[in-house]
Design a binder for this molecule. Structure first.
Ligand code: C5P
Length: 254
């Protein structure tokens, strides 16, 4: 077994702010404790190109969370622009279907600027009854498994899923895919255990996530750096265990 002491931070910090000034302040406060900055719809609609400069300003990769879902040619063209803006990750809805996903992945690969297409499996704001109203009989877990398989077969190697689906996707898609889990709360953050659908960051990583997306637990903390650092520390043991499991599995597969 190998031991790694310098584990990079697995935190994607969601810059959910209405203006560039407050986003920039928060990014600079926490940059030493997080591994990526997520620019979502709110900030991108407000400050687009300027927000994308935070990659260079902070030295952190940018996760552009636009959750694209459109006809294949339109998504492909947007992928080209996101890559040119310097995004490391761009999200698209897996529900856009195989051709949209293939064209997005191929365009990112062809442009060669390091952009990785990441598929949203199912919004965790949707439950079984919402799926039923969409005409989908499957449970959220079954739906996520099926749609992730389709996306994987379309060339996608990176997925966003609920922490509750991480273990199943890790098992079905293997060790080479990247799994990103939002909907986590800080370890030991007392008082919110009634939130049954959340998991701690370290639990999500122990289950197989490579990254955890964290917004409000850091954004709304009185000391953001302390909050981010505490989450990062809480993840170390689980990260180390994951790394060993991954190495062993990949070695066995050789
Ligand atoms: O809940 P929290 O404030 O930590 O959420 C942070 C981010 O995670 C938000 O930017 C939201 O867009 C994203 N998110 C997501 N999918 C979910 C839940 C949250 O992408 N299922």
């Amino acid at each position: 077994m190998t031991t790694t002491h310098n584990l990079a931070s697995p935190i994607v910090f969601a810059l959910d702010f209405p203006n560039i000034g407050s986003a920039r302040t928060a990014a600079n406060e926490v940059k030493s404790a997080v591994g990526m900055l997520k620019i979502g719809l709110e900030l991108f609609v407000e400050a687009g190109r300027e927000a994308m400069q935070m990659g260079e300003e902070t030295g952190l990769p940018l996760f552009l969370d636009l959750k694209l879902h459109d006809i294949p040619v339109t998504v492909e063209r947007a992928v080209a622009r996101a890559g040119a803006l310097g995004a490391r990750i761009l999200t698209v809805h897996a529900a856009g279907g195989p051709e949209m996903l293939q064209r997005a992945v191929r365009r990112a690969e062809a442009d060669g600027n390091g952009l990785q297409i990441t598929a949203i499996t199912l919004l965790t704001s949707l439950d079984k009854s919402d799926l039923a109203r969409l005409g989908v009989e499957a449970s959220p877990a079954e739906y996520v498994r099926n749609i992730a398989k389709m996306a994987f077969e379309s060339g996608v190697k990176s997925f966003v899923c609920s922490p509750h689906e991480v273990a199943a996707l890790r098992q079905s898609l293997g060790e080479t895919v990247q799994l990103i889990a939002p909907g986590v709360r800080a370890d030991g953050a007392g008082g919110d255990d009634d939130q049954k659908r959340t998991m701690t960051a370290s639990e999500a990583i122990a289950n197989g996530a490579d990254w955890v997306v964290v917004g409000r637990p850091i954004r709304d903390a009185s000391d953001r750096l302390a909050a981010a650092s505490a989450i990062r520390e809480s993840c170390r043991a689980a990260q180390q265990q994951r790394q060993e499991t991954r190495q062993e599995t990949l070695l066995r597969q050789r």
